[in-house]
Design a protein around this ligand. Structure first.
Ligand code: SAM
Length: 218
């Protein structure tokens, strides 16, 4: 899927309904490997193939940057940031160290954040993933009482902040959540703890002031 969306042809953004394989191939893909890729993706429901005609299915449309349930960012990120370090998984089994640290030569988030393109891509992917995961999940959820919400490990930039009328009411505070977190009434840790082994996850939780005692993990 990453190859599909990374191809430079405008149709690779999945903004088409039906095309011929020839049209989809130009200008930067070889027709035969593209046919094979499309056949593979058709087998998991992204496209329907009828001879040379390729029809986009609803799940394939999520590869569009413009889809409301877009997974474009996630499709790009998994290939470029996760799959290759996964090849070093044996190192984790042997040493307990994350494979990404060994493969990339530094902790994963240091590697992501040292390059603005990479960290932008990571933010896009997280926006895709978390908005997909949260669909319907919080429809009737009420946050506990409190004025000030700290989104610990939240992305530095999210288009949804202005969409939700939060523009001007969001302050971005840098810091290391292993050391301390800003004071707030409610703490949100969205998609944070799974990144760490238990002792590290406990350090993150302990950095939340104990008197608050209100945490939400999703
Ligand atoms: C899996 S992402 C989740 C992002 C966001 N909360 C969401 O749900 O989309 C993990 C986040 O933790 C941040 N992070 C990793 N290590 C951190 C640290 N030591 N201190 C603060 N943030 C950190 C990363 O920059 C990244 O944004």
């Amino acid at each position: 899927m990453s190859c599909r969306v990374r191809s430079n042809h405008p149709s690779s953004t999945a903004d088409f309904k039906e095309e011929s394989t020839d049209d989809l191939a130009r200008p930067d893909a070889q027709i035969e490997p593209l046919r094979r890729l499309l056949r593979t993706l058709a087998s998991v429901g992204l496209f329907t193939l009828d001879g040379d005609r390729v029809t986009l299915e609803p799940i394939g449309a999520t590869l569009s940057r413009n889809a409301s349930d877009s997974l474009y960012g996630a499709a790009v990120m998994w290939m470029e940031t996760h799959y290759v370090p996964f090849s070093d998984l044996l190192h984790t089994l042997r040493t307990g160290e994350p494979a990404a640290t060994d493969y990339l030569g530094k902790p994963f988030f240091d590697w992501v954040n040292e390059n603005p393109d990479r960290s932008g891509q990571f933010c896009d992917a997280m926006a895709s993933i978390t908005s997909g995961l949260c669909t319907g999940m919080f429809d009737h959820y009420q946050l506990p009482d409190g004025e000030l919400i700290a989104d610990i490990g939240g992305p530095a930039a999210r288009s949804t902040t202005s969409d939700q009328g939060l523009n001007g009411q969001v302050e971005i505070i840098g810091g290391d959540f292993f050391d301390s977190v800003p004071t707030a009434d409610i703490y949100v840790l969205s998609y944070i703890l799974h990144d760490w082994h238990d002792a590290a996850a406990m350090r993150v939780l302990r950095s939340v002031p104990p008197r608050v005692g209100r945490e939400l993990e999703c």
